[in-house]
Design a protein around this ligand. Sequence first.
Ligand code: HEC
Length: 170
Amino acid sequence: MKILSTHMKLLFITSILIPITPTHAKSILPTANGIQYPAALKNWRVIASSYRTDNNTQRVILGNSIAIKAARSGNTNPWPKGSTLAKLVWKNTEHPDWKSAIIPGKFIHSEIMIKNAEKYKSTGGWGYARWKGEAQQPYGKDKSFTQECLTCHSQVKKSDYVFTIPAKIP
Ligand code: HEC
């Protein structure tokens, strides 16, 4: 009887857990510097969007709850510890029913920056990671790929290595 009730409890717990487990995020491999794809990323909120005229792509910049709180209150220089910024990039395409509306087409990559001044001291206090294409393949053969990220992001050292200016939401 006791065994059965434990079994039932387990069954109950797994039946609750299974539907909310983000299976896709689980199958995405970590990057060479050991950063995991954030399982909750799809539920993060918007900080800004951007549009690149040179390569015909559009992006949304999302934040985890720490980053959103910082962005909404203007507390972003420095960004608080634990802030994670994500950028999702798509090729531009036309809306099939409204040609002048440019919408996200082919998915290009996702990338994140995690703020932790001690842990990521060698890369300006941010941990960098990128996953390519719809298959979300980790970018970078070894962890030296972060130097590439840092080279560009150092250009905005004055704004804590972050390019994004949080969009004004009245
Ligand atoms: C050639 C320059 C360049 C390189 C290399 C680069 N970035 Fe960026 N990154 C940018 C620019 C410019 C923006 C802001 C414009 C935009 O939204 O695309 C940006 C924005 C971001 C953002 C949104 C937060 C912010 O700073 O605005 C993240 C996250 C990000 N990059 C991650 C990475 C990662 C991870 C790498 C390395 C794998 C990387 N970047 C490499 C230029 C670069």
